[in-house]
Design a protein. Sequence first.
Length: 230
Amino acid sequence: VAAAAAGPATTPFVPPSTTPIPLPRECPTGSRVFPSAAACYWIVKEKMPWWDAERECVRKGGKLASVESEDENEFIHDYSRRANISSPTFWLGKLIKNRSSGQYAWHDGVTPRNSGIIKNFITKEGDGKAEMCVTMWSDSTPADGSWQVWSCSQTYSGVCKRKYRVLTQADLRSTIPPLEDSIQVNRCCTQCGKACASNERCIPDDLDCLVKDCAGEEGYGWCLPAKEKN
């Protein structure tokens, strides 16, 4: 007697680990996410002094943007170009000098992973001030994405940044209704609509799980038991 064909392997329902996912309500509406920094960003379009722009960021739980890496610098610059900021330069965070070490860090406490980013900037500016309000050039004669120190009373637009907590398995379990103990789900990888069995449905790999179905068959998601028909 031929052995019955083995069914698809099942695994516990766990969140994907490849991309940090922000928890619900962690990022303001309309903001953009940069997963490498686990942060979301939004624009203060009105021109205002540094401290007023900072106040606008704080209202939504953020601060004027610090820059941790070259990749993040490129992301912020690209974001500013796409947002059509009216001024050629816009506010970033404030660099503050540590009295003991003489090293600079951002006003939100972030120290760039590549310390050369700040070191090269300080060397170029030749500015040893205790605090410096920094802008990024978006579209002007200086190289796009480069920084410059200005008086904090100058009026520019700004880019805000807010770190978000990453979606963990514990968070996922607390935000999604529990399934019956006998039910497990299959990881679909790609082409979710084609990979799921006839008695399953494909749901998207995002925070709308159990709420909306994948569009088409090429989606990336999970297979869950099909909804019961009324």
